[in-house]
Design a binder for this molecule. Sequence first.
Ligand code: 13P
Ligand code: SF4
Length: 327
Amino acid sequence: MALDTALLERTAPLYERVARVIPRVEWPTMAGDVDAILRLKRERNAIILAHNYQSPEIFHCVADVVGDSLALARRAMDVDADVIVLAGVHFMAETAKLLNPSKTVLIPDMGAGCSLADSITAADIRLLRQRYPGVPVITYVNTSADVKAESDICCTSGNARAVVESLGVPRVIMLPDEYLAQNIARETSVEIITWAGHCEVHEQFTPQDIAQLRESHPGIVVLAHPECPPEVVEAADFAGSTAMLSDYVEQRKPPRVVLLTECSMSDNVAVHHPEVDFIRPCNLCPHMKRITLANIRQALETGRHEVTVDPAVAERARLAVERMLAV
Ligand code: 13P
Ligand code: SF4
């Protein structure tokens, strides 16, 4: 196929943003979609919110807003474009819809789920409330709107401890991520009742991985997401939400670092830090990776797939998210 030189010239400044992490030879396969997405965003008055785990060509070349779950939720509230395309997973799109219900919210692939969100149902929470009467339920945002609707308040990995302590009670239920709950329990005197949900990406990291990294790369700084098992977080130098990991690199500029989280994080952060050596054992999130330039373009062309939430559920779920944002 002949190369479209005008297209390549037009998109050359965009390629320069990702030149450190995407081989030049691959750009011609992306340039057409990137160019079309930028045009379609203008035509549809659309905005793209992208999570930190999105691939660099999405994160750096077509997204309008990037960040962790908390930042995306906050920004979704004040979007005034007509259409929000959520380049992330389904619960993130639902959260955007809850917070800005008059907008059309699209997700490019309805199958972009989350093992944590799949680990618990609204009925499970009703049973927990019977078992622990009066104990408040804190729900990680990585859950369906149905589950949020049964909860007192939501949290993200960026504010979980603050949310737990904001309630002023000695005991809380925090679900569905057992490891996040255990990691927060180590930082607070509040007793935390957990649920046995796990992130299929972060549960794979082990303390042995860290020991090997420290042996083969002396002086390496190990950063972990708090969805990792507690023994991994304990062996790491720092743990925090995806935004907190990114900020750590930005502020401390460690000469050599590893991010124990989803693979695209290192690529996205590395783009801004040529001076930092990123060592890259990582795990792919198959759900996040369902989102591609091709299906973002298709979403903007066809208006599919629209994310909706039953209004009765939405009203209760929104309360739980808004309480979190007020902390
Ligand atoms: P953050 O809120 O830290 O971005 O995490 C979201 C997520 O899905 C991590 O696996
Ligand atoms: Fe869910 Fe884990 Fe993927 Fe995050 S990385 S979306 S928690 S499966």
